[in-house]
Design a binder for this molecule. Sequence first.
Ligand code: E4P
Length: 217
Amino acid sequence: MKLFLDTAIYEEIQQGVTWGVIDGVTTNPTLIAKAGHDHEDQVKRICQIIGNVSAEVVSEKTDDMIVEGRRLAAWHKNVIVKVPLTPEGTRVNVTLCFSVNQALLAAAIGAYIVSPFAGRLDDINEDGMRVVADIVAAYRQQEIKTKVLAASIRNPMHVTQAALAGADIATMPFGVLKMLFAHPLTEAGQKKFLEDYRKTQEAKPVPSARPEAAAKR
Ligand code: E4P
C-alpha cells in the first residue's frame, strides 16, 4: 500500500518527501483554501517535488468538468484529475465515495482511483474501514482494476486497517504520517542504546592529545 499525504501545505509535503515515505498527495478545495495559495500555483509547486498529485475539479456539469479536468491535467504531468462521485462525475480519481455500490459505479465508468472517505463515515456512526475493506473485496471478486484509495483518514489505526483491508493507497494528514513513526518501545530502545554507548565511551581511557609527546616521556 502506498502512502499519500492529504494536504496542500508545501512545507508538510516537502518534509514527507525528505523522509522518503510518501508517493503522492491528495488535495481538495478545502485543503487548497487552508494552504492559502492560488490553486494553480500551489498544485504546480507541489508537482515539482512529488508525483501523483490529485487536483479536484469544481465544475458541476459534465462538459465543464471535462474542460476543467483537461486544464488541470495540462498544469503538470504529475496531476491526477479528481472528480466528485455525482452523476455528473466521469473519471480518474472519483472522490466522495461512501459505499460499495458507488465504488462499483466508479469502476463502471473506468475510474483510475476511487476514494472512499473512511473518517466521514465514522463521523456518522458507520464503520468507514469496513466500507473500504468491502470495496477492496468486491473489486477483487469482480477483477476490477480501479485502485482503492482510503481517504478521510483520521488516525494511525486507520492506516493499519487500510493496509490489512488491501487498499492500494492511504492518504493522510501530515500529523498522522508523523504518528506512523512513533512507538514508545522505539523511543525507549533508542534512549537506552545511546546511554549504553555513552557509558562505553566514558569507560575508555582518554587518548593523549599529542601521542608522540607522551611516548618521549
Ligand atoms: C482526500 O482525497 C480527501 O479529500 C480527504 O481525505 C478528505 O478528508 P476529510 O474527511 O478529513 O476532510
